[in-house]
Design a protein around this ligand. Sequence first.
Ligand SMILES: [Zn+2]
Length: 95
Amino acid sequence: MPRTKKVGITGRYGTRYGTKVRKQLKTILENLKTSHKCPQCATKAVKRVSVGVWSCRKCGYTFTGGAYLPVTPLGKEKGRIIDTLSHTSEKELKK
Ligand SMILES: [Zn+2]
């Protein structure tokens, strides 16, 4: 159906709420509605349960993440920092 090629999922709002807001909502909703990769079994079966709560439909693994994405870019960065800190000893940190 090429009727909603441009507006996609936000076609339901018609011409209401303004172009910019609908475009922003489009990226959010498209991320929200697709299945994401499971961090435990690596299957594309992760769906959002509620805000920040994600669950795998295959293995049942439930975890917290971003409001609209299972792993946000900022969350990735934080994980990297925590990983680095947990691998450095206290002596190295005091230097
Ligand atoms: Zn899984």
